[in-house]
Ligand binder design. Structure first.
Ligand code: CUA
Length: 327
């Protein structure tokens, strides 16, 4: 804990300083004007008070100079806050490409995490120091919010969709995880610890954890168990589109729209399969709502992300000529 400002959370991520600086700037501007206005109110109340019963206030007409000043200064200040805030916001919303993926599921009233190597934990999140971590988060019931004050990151965890947040820890230690969205009687108990470890310690911790297969392996198994493979054949001869290279591609739909196949598109296509049907295919896919858990979903998505079309020149004709958005 910082000894100077014990009511302020520690800073333990790469974005913490940026968020704090912006926060203090806005606080300083607000404080300055609050004090300035209060002093002016007091001073004017004394200086221009009615000194005898017959005083009548002077009629004041507009001043263009004054109006320009009191429009111009707030405009500039507001634009500084906007541009600066947008920069911080974009930093916070764009995880680096090399970030490691951890899946988080919120439910009443606990946080479940799954590491790429398959190790799981509850209400604890072990992460390596200095490495970008991207959380992909889903909820099994109501809206929660994954908040790590020391990292200055906070994101709603919403049923029916996936949200993400990312951070790079800069200090070894243990930090609070809070649920920051009221979610029922034990909302205040929906807490946990982020444990930041040196990369060596993290590897050691991972090796000591029990893994039930990596997320990708589990996803691959589910892909077979749920019979996805029978329709989504890699060579496009199935009743459903091939999923090779689908992640990140632009998919044409039967209604003429085009959508980018991100995590939420894959999620929706599994849970609500009739919502967006790929052009050229029949709406015959069953919904898997209620059959797969949020964790299963994230494993399936992790697996689908690894499906890449064969490089041109590899055996398997047709792949090279078909643009990726037909998959
Ligand atoms: Cu979960 Cu509040």
């Amino acid at each position: 804990m910082s000894s100077t400002l014990p009511f302020f959370p520690q800073s333990a991520s790469t974005v913490a300083a940026d968020v704090d600086l912006l926060y203090f700037f806005i606080l300083a501007v607000s404080a300055f004007f609050a004090v300035a206005v209060s002093i002016a109110v007091l001073a004017f109340a004394i200086k221009y008070r009615r000194k005898n019963r017959n005083d009548i206030g002077a009629d004041i007409h507009g001043s263009l100079t004054l109006e320009l000043i009191w429009t111009g200064i707030p405009f500039v200040l507001a634009m500084i806050m906007f541009v600066w805030g947008a920069q911080v916001f974009f930093t916070l919303s764009k995880p680096p490409a090399d970030a490691m993926d951890i899946f988080v599921v919120g439910k009443q009233w606990m946080w479940k995490a799954q590491h790429p190597e398959g190790v799981r934990e509850i209400n604890e999140l072990h992460i390596p120091l200095g490495r970008p971590v991207r959380l992909t988060m889903g909820s099994e019931d109501v809206i929660h919010d994954f908040f790590i004050p020391a990292f200055r990151v906070k994101m709603d965890v919403v049923p029916g969709k996936l949200t993400t947040e990312w951070f790079t820890a800069t200090k070894v230690g243990e930090y609070h995880i809070f649920c920051a969205e009221y979610c029922g009687t034990k909302h205040s108990g929906m807490i946990g610890q982020v444990i930041v470890m040196t990369p060596q310690d993290y590897e050691g911790w991972l090796a000591g954890g029990r893994s039930t297969g990596t997320a990708v392996q589990n996803g691959e198994r589910l892909f077979t168990d749920l019979a996805c493979v029978t329709c989504h054949k890699p060579d496009s001869t199935g009743r459903g589109p091939s999923l090779l290279g689908v992640f990140g591609s632009t998919v044409p739909l039967t209604d003429g729209r085009k959508v980018v196949a991100d995590e939420n598109y894959l999620r929706e296509s599994i849970m609500n399969s009739q919502a967006k049907v790929v052009a050229g295919y029949q709406p015959i896919m069953p919904t898997f709502q209620g059959m797969v858990t949020e964790e299963n979903l994230m494993q399936l998505i992790a697996y689908i992300k690894t499906l890449k079309p064969a490089a041109p020149g590899d055996a398997g004709g047709g792949g090279a000529s078909a643009p990726s958005d037909r998959m």
